[in-house]
Design a protein around this ligand. Structure first.
Ligand SMILES: O=P(O)(O)OC[C@H]1O[C@H](O)[C@H](O)[C@@H](O)[C@@H]1O
Length: 549
């Protein structure tokens, strides 16, 4: 389906009345197409002036597609058919969503979990091309993965450059390294396109195309849809959606996003990064809460939520979605992947203008990186756990965990911890589960999300660490300080030294959790860490404790 559209009802419709006029009289849409960098106020001008290449990426994309196809054929002739993508946030989510929608295999490494990195390498490297994707060329996770892949290729007796491709900005450290090491290809990205707006640039297209995604349709659809998105017209779907968000701000700030469109698996993860990093700053913004169809949040009438539904069929009514409890504050969006990529980008920057934030920076992502580097530079003796069992250790504020009875069954202790956490959730709170584990093998951990949402009746997000640090991590630290955080960290049966660095993947991921945890704690938000000693047994106990409360 190529068409793009939006249905609004109830409160959402009132939102449009209130704020779409503001966007129209400001000529927001047409000025955006003209790359007017003044749309977000004087403080955002300098950055916006270098970040608007994404509004019209289509000609460059059409030029790039044949190069990608040719490279894919060249690699296939050499027996290289498996594509592994190393990249964080904007440098992996767009490609991943395209690959999933097309049903093609793309192995994404956006983690420093040693088990995950190890499992990617254990699958063999001789038939693999590794796409190292980083706009800055200096992101720690991507650099660590690059080092491990290069070493594995060497160890296998292969010439690493034959199996490596870089996507990066011109002049980045990755660009010169890739050229020095004779990578098979170096794709120079458009420096005027920022990470989370880069799905239709080399960052999204190269890995997705190499993996076998048919790119022309996606770009065609995006271009076709873009015409209506750059019109100063009250029917413009992006202006209407942005007006709903703007009308709800600042208090109606949890976006319950449910994906009913089976053609777009995982699309919520891409939307999540775009909205959370673009808007979650200076104590305001929108928190995307990605939920499963049927989630308890779908039935929430709380004053701080807006329901956004991705639907496959424009005729699908809200009553069909929730027959027993039809809501009146729903936004339904439908359209193909290409169309929706541009729709969400325009919606996000328009909503950012309504709430007065710069959609192109991520000022609080850096603080966790600084804290991580500090932990790695000067490892200190870890604090003893508040509570320790054979399966897990628990860390957190004494004021919270001090009340938990530390003896008895592990599951009982966790149940009590969940109960105590419930006491600090307020009417505007959200709970964020941050799992620093293997998202390929431990997917069942995501069951914690619906279970805890049912328990608390408040929005619950689930993020894989360190991936979420480049996404909702911005909102957690820069948005309103209304979060309650459960960090899940884990021992690993296997560890890998990061070649050329004086720490291992296990040490890096541990430092990342500690670094982000310390920054979150400084914001005054409660953080509890559950450290799994034996992953499989402890995960089962954790899920049981959450599901039985
Ligand atoms: O592409 P890179 O420079 O490696 O950046 C990857 C990601 O990391 C940063 O921390 C930003 O928060 C993200 O917006 C970005 O997409």
């Amino acid at each position: 389906m190529n068409s793009l559209g939006i249905n609004l009802s109830g409160n959402a419709l009132h939102g449009v009345d209130q704020r779409v006029e503001e966007l129209l009289s400001n000529h927001f849409a047409s000025r955006l197409l003209e790359r007017d960098h003044t749309l977000w106020g004087p403080e955002a001008e300098a950055e916006a002036s270098q970040r608007l290449g994404w509004v019209d990426p289509f000609d460059a994309a059409f030029e790039l597609i044949p190069q990608i196809t040719q490279l894919r054929e060249q690699l296939a002739d050499k027996g290289i058919t498996r594509v592994v993508l190393a990249g964080m946030g904007g440098s992996s989510l767009g490609a991943e969503v395209m690959a999933r929608a097309a049903g093609v295999r793309l192995d994404v490494v956006d983690s420093t979990d040693p088990e995950l990195v190890g499992s990617i390498l254990a699958a063999g490297v001789a038939d693999t091309v590794f796409v190292i994707s980083s706009k800055s060329g200096s992101t720690a996770e991507t650099d660590a993965a690059r080092r491990a892949f290069t070493q594995a290729l060497q160890d296998a007796g292969l010439t690493p450059g034959d199996h490596l491709i870089a996507v990066t900005d011109p002049g980045s450290p990755l660009e010169s390294l890739a050229r020095d090491h004779q990578y098979t290809a170096v794709f120079e990205a458009d420096p005027t396109i920022g990470g989370r707006y880069s799905a239709l640039s080399a960052f999204g297209l190269v890995p997705a195309g190499l993996a076998g995604v048919e790119l022309t349709t996606i770009v065609d659809d995006a271009e076709a849809a873009s015409h209506s998105l750059y019109e100063d017209d009250e029917t413009n779907p992006a202006l209407r959606a942005a007006a709903v968000l703007g009308a709800g701000a600042p208090s109606r700030n949890k976006l319950i996003i449910t994906n009913f469109d089976q053609a777009l698996p995982g699309f919520g993860d891409w939307i999540e990064q775009l909205i959370a990093e673009s808007t979650g700053k200076h104590g305001t913004g929108f928190l995307p809460v990605i939920v499963e169809p049927g989630a308890v949040e779908n039935r929430s009438h709380d004053e701080d939520v807006i329901h956004l539904h991705l639907i496959a069929d424009p005729g699908e009514s809200q009553a069909t979605l929730n027959p027993e409890d039809p809501r009146d504050d729903e936004v339904q969006i439908y359209g193909s992947l290409g169309a929706q990529l541009v729709f969400w980008e325009v919606t996000t920057v328009a909503a950012a203008s309504l709430i007065g934030v710069n959609p192109f920076d991520q000022p609080d992502v850096e603080s966790a990186k600084v804290a991580t580097r500090a932990v790695l530079a000067e490892p200190t003796t870890p604090e003893p756990p508040q509570i320790s069992t054979a399966e897990f250790d628990l860390f957190g504020p004494a004021g919270l965990l001090g009340d938990v009875e530390a003896t008895g069954e592990a599951q009982q202790i966790l149940t009590e911890v969940f109960t105590v956490l419930g006491t600090v959730l307020e009417d505007d709170s959200y709970l964020a589960v941050q799992a620093y584990t293997n998202r390929l093998r431990q997917q069942h951990l995501t069951r914690l999300r619906p279970a805890l949402a049912r328990r608390y009746g408040r929005p619950v997000t689930f993020g894989w660490g360190p991936r979420f640090l480049h996404s909702t991590g911005q909102f957690h630290k820069g948005g309103p300080a209304t979060g309650v955080f459960i960090q899940i960290t884990a021992d690993s049966e296997l560890d890998l030294q990061i070649p050329g660095l004086n720490y291992s993947f296990a040490e890096l991921i541990t430092a990342q959790a500690a670094g982000d945890g310390s920054v979150l704690t400084e914001t005054g938000q409660p953080v509890v860490r559950i450290h799994l000693k034996d992953r499989s047994a402890a995960i089962e106990t954790l899920i049981n404790a959450a599901e039985q409360i």
